[in-house]
Design a protein around this ligand. Structure first.
Ligand code: NAD
Length: 333
């Protein structure tokens, strides 16, 4: 197939493109290379894909919220499926720059829905987020649970994406799958996320900021497990048979959690990082941040049943792999 991957210069997008290309698919990547975090990392990810896969990988630097630019770039391009991972990510930044979220996650998402409709794609798989569960205290989070009390604008845009996608799947009978990712980490990860920030600060001998005085739990999910879930879903679009799908829709639209199904105490993550780095952390305890939630924990029974998803990497083995990549990446630059 020829598959459009948005956010291809991003953390998850790069890994998904890499896996699809390795399977022999042609991948058309899109990314606007915005400077939310260092653009050099995004350029390095694209260079890595180009070096590994040559002409099977085509890349367009463009903003998918700009419909004219999108149409112009893809005018002569066959597209059979879409993996839409491009978005303005990050909970805390949505308090600082809300319009970036409106542009990329709302207007940009609608453009992807329109593209899916115009091209009659076999399947649109798109990124949602565990943040849609908001301050829900019922753990684990199940796709059947209410997700209409978001506590950040980021979460609200992701929930809106799910609702708009369901509408398009219903109106135009296009198979779609929304995936609620739970705190993803691994090689080529994101510099704005805790694992990268903690690693950089521990190595520099600086104190690490730990919010809510360390009383936080996250369902950390290793990138290879996330990629297996995304690619597994892409291969199995929801049927348009009127049956109720995961998440409660009769349209060919479903929602899955993709997590590790194991919430970890933040302080345990720090201990595992200290072991992997061979260095103790200095901790700067801070209060809870607006927009944050205390705990995330994915119920993955729906995706396990439907596509046999089974995560294999816990933080004890995943964190050392991230640390090894982090050291090599910085040693080479
Ligand atoms: P990322 O920021 O590394 O990747 C997103 C990419 O999208 C970036 O490279 C960015 O430049 C690009 N982008 C943003 N707006 C764009 C636009 N208008 N046009 C073109 N490109 C644009 O983030 P990631 O961690 O790879 O996340 C991928 C997806 O998964 C996102 O939708 C994110 O919200 C979601 N998600 C990630 C996590 C996680 O833990 N990493 C958790 C939940 C959900």
């Amino acid at each position: 197939m020829t598959i459009l991957v948005t956010g291809a210069a991003g953390f998850i997008g790069m890994h998904v493109a890499d896996r699809l290309l390795a399977q022999g698919h042609a991948v058309v990547g899109i990314d606007n290379m915005n400077d939310y975090y260092p653009v050099s990392l995004k350029r390095d990810r694209i260079a890595q894909l180009q070096a590994a896969h040559g002409r099977l990988f085509t890349f367009h630097e463009l903003d998918f919220a700009d419909l004219d630019a999108l149409h112009a770039a893809l005018a002569d391009q066959v597209i059979e499926a879409i993996v839409h991972l491009g978005a303005q990510a990050g909970v805390r930044y949505s308090l600082i720059n809300p319009h970036a979220y409106v542009r990329s996650n709302l207007a940009g998402h609608v453009n992807m829905l329109e593209l899916a409709r115009e091209r009659r794609v076999r399947h649109l798989v798109y990124a949602s987020s565990s943040s849609v569960y908001g301050g829900n205290d019922m753990l684990p989070f199940r796709v059947e649970d209410r997700a209409d009390h978001p506590v950040s604008l980021y979460a609200a845009t992701k929930r809106a994406d799910e609702l708009m996608s369901e509408t398009y799947a219903h109106l135009f009978r296009i198979p779609m799958t929304g995936l609620r990712f739970f705190t993803v980490y691994g090689p080529w990860g994101r510099p704005d996320m805790a694992m990268w920030i903690f690693t950089a600060k521990i190595l520099a001998g600086e104190p690490i900021p730990v919010f809510n005085h360390g009383r936080m739990q996250r369902d950390f999910t290793y990138i290879d497990d996330i990629v297996a879930g995304i690619v597994g879903c892409l291969d199995h679009p929801p049927a348009d048979d009127g049956a109720i799908k995961a998440g409660g829709s009769r349209a060919p639209h479903r929602l899955y959690n993709i997590g590790n199904n194991r919430p970890e105490e933040l302080m345990h993550l720090i201990a595992v990082l200290e072991d992997a780095l061979g260095k103790k952390a200095a901790i700067d305890f801070q209060p809870m941040q607006p927009g944050d939630v205390h705990a995330t924990y994915a119920d993955i029974s729906a995706i396990s049943q439907d596509i046999g998803f089974a995560p294999t990497t816990g933080i004890e083995s995943g964190v050392p792999r991230f640390v090894q990549w982090y050291r090599t990446y910085h040693a080479e630059r």
